[in-house]
Design a protein around this ligand. Structure first.
Ligand code: FEO
Length: 165
């Protein structure tokens, strides 16, 4: 069964959401790099890569189901923040926004009686639980560290160990 037109359009929009997430995280990485937080920046670069993987997963799925991928326009990401804490809080908020989008897609798949898409989307549902948890944990740590330069340097160092997953 080919994707319904409605489902195809919604998945295409999600591809855009994932690219916009990648664009946002790369912008955050660039800001962090400019402030010499190379560990936080590296973490964000890896996060950007994950978002590209999410976009490509959707791209492959739409094609696999006989759909047509049509790319939408990307909006310019924010470029300045006041601190790593503000960045990770924004990243957490963004992940919650993406989770809402994934949930809407699941509901649409149900309405369209598209079991294959509903099942495909479960991977994203689980992924979002993880993404929300990691970003909120880092934001919590940064809140705890506050103005401590030592604490910031230590966390920057720890997050810099993240490899591309
Ligand atoms: Fe692709 Fe971080 O959600």
């Amino acid at each position: 069964m080919r994707l319904s037109e409605k489902m195809e359009k919604a998945l295409n929009t999600q591809i855009k959401e994932e690219f916009e997430s990648a664009y946002l995280y790369l912008s955050m990485a660039a800001y962090l790099k400019s402030k010499k937080f190379s560990g936080f920046a590296k973490w964000m670069e890896a996060q950007m890569q994950e978002e590209l993987n999410h976009a490509m997963k959707l791209y492959s799925y739409v094609n696999e189901r006989g759909g047509r991928v049509v790319l939408e326009e990307l909006k310019k990401p924010q470029e300045n923040w006041n601190s790593p804490q503000e960045i990770f809080e924004a990243a957490y908020k963004h992940e919650c926004y993406i989770s809402d989008k994934i949930n809407e897609l699941v509901h649409l798949a149900r309405d369209e009686k598209d079991n294959a898409t509903e099942s495909f989307l479960q991977w994203f549902v689980n992924e979002q639980v993880e993404e929300e948890a990691t970003t909120s944990e880092i934001a919590d740590k940064l809140r705890f560290i506050g103005e401590s330069k030592n604490g910031l340097l230590m966390l920057d160092n720890t997050l810099g160990q993240r490899g591309a997953e």
